[in-house]
Design a binder for this molecule. Structure first.
Ligand code: AMP
Ligand code: GLY
Length: 424
């Protein structure tokens, strides 16, 4: 099998690492990739959102499968264009990717399918949005309808904060057209977990669950980030709750999209709030999470490539994934200043020593090679993943690996897994 992974982050490094172990693989590429993916795949200098160039490459190389990491190329129609060229893509069509690309579309699917989620309304008028917020009171959640790279959600503790978000998103257009329409919704209370399912249009099978740590600061404080660490499996998501979420959230969404004539193929990521009334959907994403992928894929025992091919062929009906026993924990190292402004180009060392820690894996995100030296080239730069017999062992391996990295301009949270460790 000739396979291309699309993207350049730690999630894509973990995907390449898992696919490289498949006995079905003959050649692996990554576009554009990073120095980490170059260790297990051949990097191709094509941007992750350059649909035309990706399709041309896939056609010229007679690829058997394309595996998109991020959502942008899917929302832009990569799976449709590859399909038209006769190339399998383990990701949804642009129509089905609207589950992530449009928050109001996601909510409409939830309502049509009876999926438990926060009560919501959509607004295209700022005065009407403000009146609604004043009527409802705080806490309340204001969301830009379109894609906003994780910056489009304000969980407002006061009416004033919600009104400020309406002014920023809709009137100042701080997120561009993504804020032309807003979804304003009820604030859900509970533990948050990320649940993944591999889907073939008709069937969905569980692809694991993880707990992300979105805030930059210890104790879950400070601004939101793309994710500062993750652990799996999350003790709060009991097997019964996971089964309930598959039954009440994942499968109804799949059935509704199929009914609309836009079946979902690929990885469906449900951000869940485990409320007193059971799991409720916060949002759908149409891909793996980053850093969730870096701690889920090391736990997968089955051949990832075989599973992704089965999803493309509509053959997940009697497919079951096998998992290694134990747990994994991923710690993200970011450049000082992230998620605000940060320095580029600072040298990073110690990766070999970190990778030599028993049970540890090093995945690269925002890195680059300059004159033979690995340097930081992004906000989130490395993910140190540890696995072990339980979360405590995984935690020890991940943090020993993090301590081996020589990068004074980097930082990481020291408390990844704190909720899960307390519950274990
Ligand atoms: P999103 O970009 O939709 O993942 O939202 C970012 C974060 O905002 C989520 O991970 C949640 O922590 C929080 N959030 C979003 N919607 C809600 C909600 N309805 N109630 C409580 N928290 C929410
Ligand atoms: N870590 C959350 C995400 O990938 O969206």
């Amino acid at each position: 099998m000739r396979v291309l992974v699309v993207g350049a982050g730690g999630r894509e490094h973990a995907l390449c690492w898992a696919l490289a172990a498949s006995p079905l693989l003959t050649k692996l590429w990554c576009a554009p990739g990073n120095p980490g993916t170059a260790q297990v795949a051949e990097n191709v200098a094509i941007g992750a959102a350059d649909v035309a160039a990706l399709v041309a490459f896939a056609t010229a190389q007679r690829l058997d499968l394309v595996v998109p990491g991020p959502e942008a190329p899917l929302v832009a129609g990569l799976a449709d264009a590859l399909g038209a060229a006769g190339i399998a893509c383990c990701g949804p069509s642009a129509a089905a990717a609207r589950l992530e690309g449009s928050k109001s579309f996601c909510k409409e699917v939830c309502d049509a399918a009876g999926i438990p989620t926060a009560r919501w309304e959509r607004f295209t008028d700022a005065d009407a949005a403000r009146a609604f917020v004043r009527r409802r009171g705080a806490p309340i959640v204001v969301k830009a309808d379109g894609l906003a790279a994780g910056k489009g959600v304000v969980v407002a503790a006061s009416v004033a904060e919600a009104e400020a978000a309406i002014a920023d998103f809709m009137q100042a257009r701080t997120l561009g057209e993504a804020g032309a329409s807003l979804v304003i919704e009820e604030c859900l209370i509970g533990d948050e977990v990320s649940l993944f399912a591999l889907c073939d249009g008709t069937h969905a099978i569980p692809l694991g669950a993880a707990q992300d740590h979105k805030r930059v600061g210890e104790g879950d404080t400070g601004p939101n980030t793309g994710g500062m660490g993750a652990c799996a499996p999350p003790p709060v998501l009991t097997p019964a709750l996971a089964a309930a979420a598959m039954q009440r959230i994942i499968r109804p969404a799949l059935a509704e999209l199929a009914r609309q004539g836009t079946p979902f193929r690929g990885i469906l990521f449900a951000g869940l709030m485990l409320t007193a009334d059971g799991p409720k959907l916060i949002e759908f994403n149409v891909r793996l999470g980053d850093p969730e992928a870096q701690c889920l894929l090391p736990l997968l025992q089955s051949d990832l490539l075989a599973a992704l091919l089965a999803a493309c062929d509509g053959e997940l009906g009697d497919f079951a994934l096998r998992w290694r026993p134990g747990a994994a924990l991923a710690v993200v190292m970011a450049a000082r200043g992230y998620p605000g402004a940060y320095l580029h180009g600072t040298p990073i060392g110690g990766l070999d020593r970190a990778a030599a820690v028993p049970g540890a894996l090093v995945f690269q995100s925002g890195t680059d090679m300059r004159d033979g030296q690995l340097v930081a080239a992004g906000g989130r730069v490395l993910t140190l993943c540890g696995s072990g017999v339980d979360l405590a062992a995984a935690h020890a391996a991940a943090y020993r690996a993090a301590a081996a990295i020589a990068w004074p301009e980097g930082f990481y949270r020291r408390d990844i897994g704190w909720r899960a460790l307390a519950a274990e």
